[in-house]
Design a protein around this ligand. Sequence first.
Ligand code: PMP
Length: 405
Amino acid sequence: MTGTGGTGGGTDGAPGGAAPWDDWLERSLSELAGRDLLRELEPVEPAEPASAVHVRADGRRLVLFSSNDYLGLSFHPDLRRAAARAARERGSGPRGSPLICGYTDAHRALERELAELKGTDDCLLFPTGFAANLAVLSSVGSEGTTIFSDELNHASIIDGCRLARRRGAELEVYPHADVDALDRALEASDADRKLIVTDTVFSMDGDLAPLDEIVRVKERHDALLVIDEAHATLVFGETGAGVAERFGVSDRVEVQVGTLSKAVGALGGFAAASPEWKQWVYNRGRAYVYSTAPPVPVVEAARAGLRAAREDPSLRRRLWSRVEQLGGRLGRDLESPVVPVVLGDEERAMEASRGLLERGYHVIAIRPPTVPAGTSRLRVALSAAHSEEDVAGLADALEEVGAVS
Ligand code: PMP
């Protein structure tokens, strides 16, 4: 890519005339490449027959172990039918932001269904989970608030906290899942209002927040608790409500953020909460107010995803039996379908990922800044759509490339 200049000025018709930017961009990209940190966009296509985990990429047929489609719902016939029907009957675009004209009966129905799943009185839909965290944190955090955030929280939470700081909130980052440190920090704080925010399943480590203890601490300090169940919705809990359900604390959490882009098999985000919190966020959350509503075909796909998961609990059982199978092979107790294989430096992780590709497995190497330096890793994500053979083959391949012994 060349020519980063604005409105032309080059003699050959290409944009130009911004030499300082061309130099800067070239230097910055080569610096990333020199540190093995340059990422590339590679198309991943469904293979024949279409399935959630069989794909074509890099000229090969591969089994996908890098997707967040934990129940395999993105290829479920009900979701495909629901999306196609909605597109045929209601068009593709929502035409505007929800407060203008983009909110429909389909959005309202999905919000009710998510509230029912999460055990809350209401729910607010967003175009993505990223937008949900931005809007919730930036609208709730302001002057007089201190936000206490786990050090391994997702980038969208980090950015939401940054926006809240711009509005006068203070931020304290506590050591990962360390409830004693959190308790001490809350005790030492004289903020008028305290807010704790945590992922429930950490996206790059696959471990769980100690939510029962966090709830006890938050109640002792009269804090507000915002949890992000992105990787937990439809994966954890008796009915698939998430880690809050698994710990029996759903009714003691004020805001439950989640995404429709992972186990639900569609796209979008949500915040399940009381009608009052919902109203505050849709009035003051800029990522909500100034963004177009999710398209109806996507909303209908998500509704079908929730229904399919409710009607077929064997999907969740299947996922967990794959988790147990891989845990058995790796000799580890796995807490979730997200399985990190930490290898250390970037090059080692990239090499292992290439080795797996050659053997027919798509597993992405995760490098800084997504994870701390020196902890580059393979991130294996399991799905109910994987067969036992898929998982056994992956475990063999991980040994062959020297990622595990
Ligand atoms: N929170 C967590 C913990 C996530 O892993 C992600 C997605 N990577 C998000 C939020 C953002 O969700 P979405 O992809 O729907 O924007």
